[in-house]
Write a protein that binds this ligand. Sequence first.
Ligand SMILES: Nc1ncnc2c1ncn2[C@@H]1O[C@H](COP(=O)(O)OP(=O)(O)O)[C@@H](O)[C@H]1O
Ligand SMILES: Nc1ncnc2c1ncn2[C@H]1C[C@H](O)[C@@H](COP(=O)(O)O)O1
Length: 227
Amino acid sequence: MNLREKHLIPNDSIITIAGTVGVGKSTMTKALANALKFKTSYEKVETNPYLGNFYNDFERWSFHLQIYFLAERFKEQKKIFEYGGGFIQDRSIYEDTGIFAKMHYENGTMSKTDYETYNNLFEAMVMTPYFPHPDLLIYLEGTFDEVLERIQLRGREMEKNTPISYWEEMYNRYENWINNFNACPILRINISDYDLMQNEDSVEPILEKIGHFIQQSRRWKSRKLIK
Ligand SMILES: Nc1ncnc2c1ncn2[C@@H]1O[C@H](COP(=O)(O)OP(=O)(O)O)[C@@H](O)[C@H]1O
Ligand SMILES: Nc1ncnc2c1ncn2[C@H]1C[C@H](O)[C@@H](COP(=O)(O)O)O1
């Protein structure tokens, strides 16, 4: 029996990993996909044509970057839908609007008109049959110092050169966002409770929780359909 069967995780599940920059989403995506033999949907950083410019000049590039991310994520959503699930997704589409676009608008680095255009597009895209809401959103959390250390260690120059206050504001916004999030079920995991770098088996307790959560939420959904 494989790990997916052992933990009763349906093979059409869609699991999305959320959390602030550097917290460990890509690393978790890879570990879960390996353990479950699921496909992955990554956020591509190296090939993003706007990201470097954006970090040099938020005001000039924030709208372009949001549109780019939205298009990329929508293509990924479509792919997940066409495959019929069985995916681990590195970052949710909800974070683009709920964290990044909002933060830049509220800080004056995205204009009101651009923000409204972006939000209208987002709403129109999410209201389509191509948009499967995940079975589960895994929210990774740690202390701000841990997150900052990981950003420094990973060493992307554009992120290292960004003021610490930017990461601190994002960290606080994430806390607030997750406390009010209700688009799909959430599993919160503290990054000090596992260590995928030292011990790959530390993913197993997480699989157990995932299985439990998805079983519960699918039962709840089917009861809602019967009613
Ligand atoms: N469980 C972990 N223990 C220690 N370091 C980790 C762990 N997960 C990720 N890291 C490290 O933290 C940094 C950021 O991780 P990454 O997965 O790229 O984060 P994200 O995708 O959330 O930006 C990387 O250098 C990665 O090797
Ligand atoms: N929607 C976004 N707006 C601005 N910046 C974003 C958005 N989504 C991701 N990013 C940035 C943040 C990081 O520099 C890279 C990759 O994020 P990570 O959390 O490391 O996967 O893209």
